[in-house]
Design a protein around this ligand. Structure first.
Ligand code: PBG
Ligand code: ZN
Length: 321
């Protein structure tokens, strides 16, 4: 027998063989496209902080919904961009029936009824101070924030949202939302918490785009310390216990270990968020085909790590290949 008997290079001999043995494929069906909804009618404006993203409402948003659906992308994640003047310390615009998220949900559902509409649920875009929760003194008051989030979630569901995605890492948020949604008759609406969300510098472009940078950040008082993997898994476990339907890990690329561990430990569907800072970094690293290769490679690695679905600003471009 010649040495060695096992030559794995044989599996890489031709494109067809490589195709046969490929373990991971990212398709349009794995992707979730973010949408930024302003509080203004029929808007179509660039959002310069995140490459290629736009502020969309009304007819341009309806066109975007149809385009996303035609590409085979199953879902969008909606962010609201209220007017500065609508922000206050009670975040009351977060649960207004005619708020930017609620309006966008109705537009999206009318334009593309089959598209799954996920709403980001946080208060940072709606408070005048930019923190993710209501303040009492200099602290974020967890339980007062939950009550506000309950009202906001019900208003999203009433507008027609299919999935509510609380992103503020408040303790007990999944149970409190489940309760509020069920009490209001929305037992069919899913929750998709950002279960393991790390306090990351990679949210910079998003924070700047949504103008929600608090003077003095208290993110470290609710978001996970990036040094903590066991605590991240504990957060996920709690969310599943509280009734979460889909769990999310963010930021995706710096958390591949968490994705792998969550995949092995929990049976729940697992989402990963390829965040703005990582997206911009990859965008700037190359152009044309090289850029596409970088983006595709990272999305493949996120799926390989264990993600069932990926939120990415690159969703449309990835799906149009
Ligand atoms: C909170 C929220 C943030 C992101 C998504 N939802 C900002 C934060 O938690 O500080 C970040 C997304 C990104 O950077 O792409 N509403
Ligand atoms: Zn927030």
């Amino acid at each position: 027998m010649t040495f060695p008997a096992t030559r794995l290079r044989r599996l890489r001999t031709t494109p067809a063989i490589r195709d046969m043995v490929r373990e991971t494929r990212v398709t349009a069906h794995d992707l979730i496209m973010p949408v930024f909804a302003p509080a203004a009618p029929d808007t179509n404006q660039p959002l310069p902080q995140i490459h290629g993203m736009r502020l969309l409402s009304g007819a341009p948003l309806a066109a975007e919904a149809r385009e996303i659906q035609a590409l085979g992308i199953p879902a969008v994640l909606v962010f609201g961009m209220p007017h500065k003047t609508a922000r206050n310390d009670a975040a009351s615009a977060a649960h207004a029936a005619d708020g930017p998220i609620q309006d966008a949900v109705r537009t999206l559902k009318r334009a593309a009824p089959g598209l799954t509409v996920i709403t980001d649920l946080c208060l940072c875009e709606f408070t005048d101070h930019g923190h993710c929760g209501l303040l009492r003194g200099d602290r974020i008051d967890n339980d007062a924030t939950l009550a506000c989030l309950q009202r906001a979630a019900v208003s999203h569901a009433e507008a027609g949202a299919d999935v509510i995605a609380p992103s503020g890492m408040m303790d007990g948020v999944v149970r409190s939302l489940r309760q509020a949604l069920d009490d209001a008759g929305h037992t069919h609406v899913l929750t998709m918490p950002y279960s393991a969300k790390f306090a990351s510098g990679f949210y910079g472009p998003f924070k700047s785009a949504t103008d929600s940078i608090p003077g003095e950040s208290r993110h470290a008082t609710h978001q996970l310390d990036p040094a903590n993997a066991d605590q991240a898994l504990h957060e996920i476990e709690l969310d599943i216990g509280e009734g979460a339907d889909i769990i999310m890990v963010k930021p995706a690329l710096p958390s591949l270990d968490i994705l792998r561990a969550a995949r092995e430990r929990f049976p729940a569907p697992l989402a990963a968020y390829q965040v703005s800072g990582v997206y911009n970094m990859l965008w700037q690293a190359a152009e044309g085909e090289d850029r596409h290769r970088l983006m595709s490679e990272i999305l493949t690695c996120i799926k390989r790590a264990g993600a069932d679905m990926i939120v990415t600003y690159y969703a449309k471009q990835a799906a149009s290949r």
